[in-house]
Design a protein around this ligand. Structure first.
Ligand code: FAD
Ligand code: DHB
Length: 391
């Protein structure tokens, strides 16, 4: 099998890259190790930056997003049982974010790809990336019980944190930067209308809590739990009681309860692999970097990477110049590190660590009060949350 760009992974990064290339007349083949249902139903991100929404619209994947997505013009910070709203358009000159789940982004992109894109093979497990530093990289893969090889001009490693692509960069040329956190998120989906019309990020001495949503009738909620927690350790009743306790306010806000339809635990990690390119292999999305979810940046970073990569491949095709491909890693990493910084700040602002002292707690409170009382501090948060410019 042969193509111009071999794409490993059909998460948001791989699917959007295939779509961008298709529209530019560059062919690609997407290899996805899991089945279609897995890609379309894995519960993950919920927040899209304005820039991500603009890209999805531009590639023809905005129709359902415009119908069902919810524009959010702010978030609420809750601390010390008080509520503070951060007004995004007011602080950023008009920017917002959108609630539209990653599952739905993937469904829309898969449908477009199958209808009018190049091959998208589910159940096709890439085994390695070979010859990345030569002219003809190859991806051996297993599909329908047989082994085959995809030969290509370029390889896009969009296979997430646990994929094979990153391992193709020689250890002597790789540098990784990593931090793990002593807590995780227990996330649920519940059949109940959101208790508040915007997202609520709560700092409480018992731990962080986040009230989010998927639609006017489905809530998405998260609780800070110790790293290594098993979701089954928590009964539905205990989850609702704990959410209620952490989100309590002096003005008596109530949390509506409903049937819990999904429960899972997400570990928290910061990770960056440098460089994001080795020869003809380009890493994109979670394959190259991970952020803790508090800043809602992971999917949006993946989108930024593949927009940069598609632009560079088109530039090379049209002008013969590899300049933008050569600049790919440095261009992406500038944005990546800003998102790493913001995600780390949001995480350490809102989560009490297990060994936190009373001093640490007061500092978190003081940082939150600063955001609530200073336009400059509020603007800093709003600019980062709504997204850094692409490229
Ligand atoms: P992935 O989505 O991980 O896709 C990689 C794909 O590659 C997978 O489908 C996998 O099966 C496939 N694959 C792996 N290995 C192989 C192989 N060898 N061969 C073939 N295929 C392979 N981000 C946000 O922007 N906003 C949010 O609000 C947000 N909230 C989050 C909440 C939670 C609870 C979690 C867990 C994450 C959240 N994120 C958020 C992060 C976001 O979900 C990820 O950053 C995003 O999925 C990255 O996309 P990706 O395409 O790079 O990787
Ligand atoms: C959601 C996830 C996040 O990580 C976040 O910061 C906000 C919302 C969500 O799944 O809705």
């Amino acid at each position: 099998m042969r193509t111009t760009v071999g794409i490993i992974g059909a998460g948001p990064a791989g699917l959007l890259l295939a779509r961008l290339l298709h529209r530019a007349g560059i062919d690609s083949v997407v290899l996805e190790g899991r089945d279609r249902a897995y890609v379309e139903h894995r519960q993950r991100a919920g927040i899209l930056e304005q820039g991500t929404v603009d890209v999805l619209r531009a590639v023809g994947a905005g129709e359902r997003l415009d119908r069902e997505g919810l524009r959010h013009d702010g978030i609420e910070l809750r601390f010390d049982r008080r509520r503070h709203r951060v007004d995004f358009p007011g602080l950023t000159g008009g920017r917002s974010v959108w609630v539209y789940a990653q599952t739905e982004v993937c469904k829309d992109l898969v449908a477009l790809q199958l209808k009018e894109g190049g091959p998208l093979l589910f159940g096709a497990q890439a085994l390695a990336v070979q010859g990345a530093d030569g002219d003809r990289p190859r991806i051996p893969f297993r599909y329908q019980g047989r082994e085959d090889v995809l030969e290509c001009d370029y390889v896009a490693g969009c296979d997430g944190f646990w994929g094979v692509s990153r391992g193709a960069v020689p250890a002597a040329l790789s540098r990784t930067f990593e931090r793990t956190y002593p807590y995780a998120w227990l996330g649920i989906l519940a059949d109940v209308a959101p208790s508040h019309d915007e997202l609520v990020y709560t700092r409480h001495d018992r731990g962080f809590a986040l009230l989010s949503m998927r639609s006017p009738s489905v809530s998405r909620l998260y609780l800070q739990v110790p790293a290594g927690t098993d979701a089954e350790e928590w009964s539905d009743e205990e989850i609702w009681d704990e959410l209620q306790r952490r989100c309590e306010t002096t003005d008596g806000r109530r949390l509506e309860r409903g049937r819990i339809t999904h429960k899972s635990v997400t570990p928290m990690r910061s990770f960056v692999h440098e460089p994001m390119r080795h020869g003809r292999l380009f890493l994109a999305g979670d394959a190259a970097h991970i952020v803790p979810p508090t800043g809602a940046k992971g999917l949006n970073l993946a989108v930024g990477d593949v927009v940069t990569l598609a632009r560079a491949l088109v530039h090379e095709k049209e002008t013969g110049s590899p300049d933008l491909l050569d600049a790919y890693s440095a261009t992406c990493l500038r944005r990546v590190w800003q998102a790493e910084r913001f995600s780390y700040d949001m995480t350490t602002l809102l989560h009490p660590a297990p060994d936190a002292t009373a001093f640490d707690g007061r500092l978190q409170q003081a940082r939150l009060e600063r955001i609530a009382s200073s336009r400059a501090a509020g603007t800093d948060l709003a600019e980062a949350y709504t997204g850094f410019p692409l490229g």
